[in-house]
Design a protein around this ligand. Structure first.
Ligand code: BG6
Length: 478
């Protein structure tokens, strides 16, 4: 791997910071997504309430208290040798309602302090501007991204961030998993729907607004600092055809295109023909305004980033085929793969496949910004966590990633493992679904000391970074 490869980890504001009402922070969509059975309804946004209710527990109110512990947490990441740390900005810390003319100074200071802390240890901050969050005030006022005015508010957020952190941040990601808007529209973009809404139409209109906003972010980022590098981000994982039946192959092509659609726009600069045809067939109208086509073409991203947890399977006839869980979206079960405790398929080679697909398609630097195993961990009496299963998962994925770079010639700039410190799960709201190298002592309802403990994987990942990916073995004496 190249010397400057960005090894590290990733977290998101709403799953880690907590302190949801501290220092003028406003309420965001992500704060309103409860733990428990009701969660899935809120992810979708159909007929939901936009007020906090005493009937629910809201995990993002507390996160893992990163708002107060970030110095100690970053110190531990530095001890592991992190070269990069991906975090996201809570929009409502900067603009509590979203439409203010002045930014909230205490919010700006908070992130400034995080970035300075990273710099102290020579850790490159990778900053996601919107990791699913959207101010509730803007949802109530204009219906979030369904309204074009969101572009303006987002642009304002971006310009504020680019100017303020000009000397501290160079890597920016415009929207986390932009394709998630199709599958979890309230969580991903603050969209809510009434019974009479044309949901498909609204989702694609909102996505168009995000695409325009993303292009503007590229424009401003480069204007403020030509060294800025701006990336798009997708929930990745190729679809395999279930069988070599031509119909299954065609189905897989179709599903892969649905995933890649927005990235095609952000990386190649225009709506692809297959998407235009499909939108036309479905009678979905995209509200192109004058200048949009040129803007999308002129301001494509500098790099393409993605999350990879699993590959998926597509079949032209699903009936009788077993399904299994995945990152929000279910998949047909691949008979050749094991699954995690949460039913997510485990496919290290799929990471190499996905890297090759994306590289061949865009020929732009790639960045794996999420990958990992959500698992139940046990803290021993001596405060250790023996997470050999996580080491196996990660080492197998990293080995395939290295093959993609060294054998296939894929241009990859970094790898940030998801949830490097245990945090709240986006899909389930659970704390017990842990991804970290660092154990956080708290349960699903935020009970616990919140103390941090190093897992076995902590020492293992330190060794991986130290050896620049050459030493993936795990020696127990560590
Ligand atoms: C991605 C998100 O979808 O997957 C993260 O960007 C999320 O926010 C991660 O946490 C893992 O999913 P989950 O549901 O296990 O938290």
């Amino acid at each position: 791997m190249q010397k400057e490869f960005l090894w590290g980890g990733a977290i998101a504001a709403n799953q880690s910071e907590g302190a949801f009402d501290v220092a003028n922070r406003g309420l965001a969509n992500v704060d309103l997504i409860p733990y428990g059975e009701a969660r899935s309804k809120f992810l979708l946004g159909e007929n939901i309430d936009l007020e906090l209710s005493d009937n629910y527990y809201y995990p993002s109110k507390n996160g893992i208290d990163f708002y107060h512990t970030y110095k100690q947490d970053i110190k531990m990441l530095a001890e592991m040798g992190f070269k990069a740390f991906r975090i996201s900005i809570a929009w409502t810390r900067i603009f509590p309602k979203g439409d203010e003319t002045e930014a909230n100074e205490s919010g700006l200071l908070f992130y400034e302090s995080i970035f300075k802390e990273c710099k102290k240890y020579e850790i490159e901050p990778i900053v996601t501007i919107a990791h699913f969050d959207c101010p509730v005030h803007l949802i109530k006022k204009i219906g979030a991204w369904r309204d074009r005015r969101m572009v303006y508010y987002y642009e304002k957020l971006c310009r504020t961030l680019f100017e303020r952190y000009k000397d501290l941040v160079q890597y920016w990601i415009t929207f986390n998993e932009i394709n998630m808007i199709l599958h979890a529209p309230f969580m991903a973009a603050g969209l809510t729907f009434s019974k009479t809404d044309d949901i498909e139409q609204i989702k694609y209109v909102a996505a168009h607004h995000e695409l325009v906003a993303s292009a503007l972010a590229v424009k401003w980022a480069h204007e403020v600092n030509p060294k800025n590098k701006v990336g798009c981000m997708m929930a990745g994982g190729d679809y395999y055809p279930y069988a070599c039946r031509p119909e299954d192959v065609m189905e897989a092509i179709d599903k892969n295109r649905k995933n890649l659609f927005f990235i095609d726009v952000q990386a190649r600069g225009e709506y692809p023909q297959y998407a235009l045809k499909e939108l036309e067939r479905k009678r979905i109208k995209i509200p192109f305004e004058s200048g949009d086509i040129e803007l999308l073409m002129q301001y494509t991203v500098d790099f393409v980033s993605f999350s990879y947890y699993a590959s998926r399977v597509a079949a032209s006839q699903n009936s009788g085929l077993k399904e299994t869980a995945g990152n929000i979206v279910k998949s047909i079960k691949n008979p050749y793969l094991e699954v995690s405790e949460w039913g997510w398929q485990i496919d290290p080679i799929g990471l190499r496949v996905t890297l090759n697909t994306i590289w061949d398609r865009y020929q732009k630097p790639l960045f794996i910004v999420e990958n990992g195993l959500g698992a139940v961990d046990e803290l021993t009496d001596t405060n250790e966590v023996h997470d050999g299963y996580r080491i196996s998962y990660l080492s197998a994925h990293i080995a395939e990633m290295i093959k993609a770079v060294e054998i296939d010639g894929v241009g990859l700039i970094g790898y940030t493992s998801w949830g490097c410190i245990d945090l709240v799960s986006a899909g389930t709201g659970e704390m017990k679904k842990r991804y970290g190298f660092i154990y956080v002592d708290q349960d699903d309802f935020s009970n616990g000391s919140k103390k941090r403990y190093k897992k076995d994987s902590f020492y293992w990942f330190k060794q991986v970074i130290e050896s620049n990916g050459q030493n993936l073995d795990w020696k127990k004496e560590n």
